[in-house]
Design a protein around this ligand. Sequence first.
Ligand SMILES: [Zn+2]
Ligand SMILES: [Zn+2]
Length: 191
Amino acid sequence: MLDTVKLGRRPGSMRTVERVLKAPQRLGLDLIAIEEGSEIDLDLRLEAVSEGVLVTGSLRADTVGECSRCLEPFSDSVELTLTELFAYPDSATEETTEEGEVYHVVDDEIDLEPVVIDAVGLALPLRPLCSDDCQGLCPECGVRLAIAESGHGHDILDPRWAGLAAKFAVDSEPRKNLVNTNLVNTEAEEK
Ligand SMILES: [Zn+2]
Ligand SMILES: [Zn+2]
């Protein structure tokens, strides 16, 4: 929470705020996030505008993730810029926007937590990688290629598996249709 009383309401008045927050909970996505209790550096500028308080600035925090390619844990950091308007309770913005579309100044205070949560969620990658050139896992045996011996591969396909693979390729299309039909039936029964 930051109070905006000292800022005043005269458009153009401005205040800079440097803060270190502790993440109140794990913030982020399934595979990558800022850990609970981890420090979030905020370097912000609060500016009074006619509709409310405009908050701009930057955020930096360490993140912990799991590589979407090789599944290994790794650490990284996230840095992003923020630009958010907090509308005054009696402003035109407040009156013309739906609930949840814009942040609000409440009792002369602004709550940065939802802003941070939303911004971090948007900035983090859906498919994080431990490194840009992560080689991932061997599609045949699942070994992590970064620790596999060089030239790891499976040139000679076991004839039993080859037979199964061919069968699966032929079967896969009708099998999908079968699943779809089952889903339709289940829905119909529930009604
Ligand atoms: Zn990886
Ligand atoms: Zn392999």
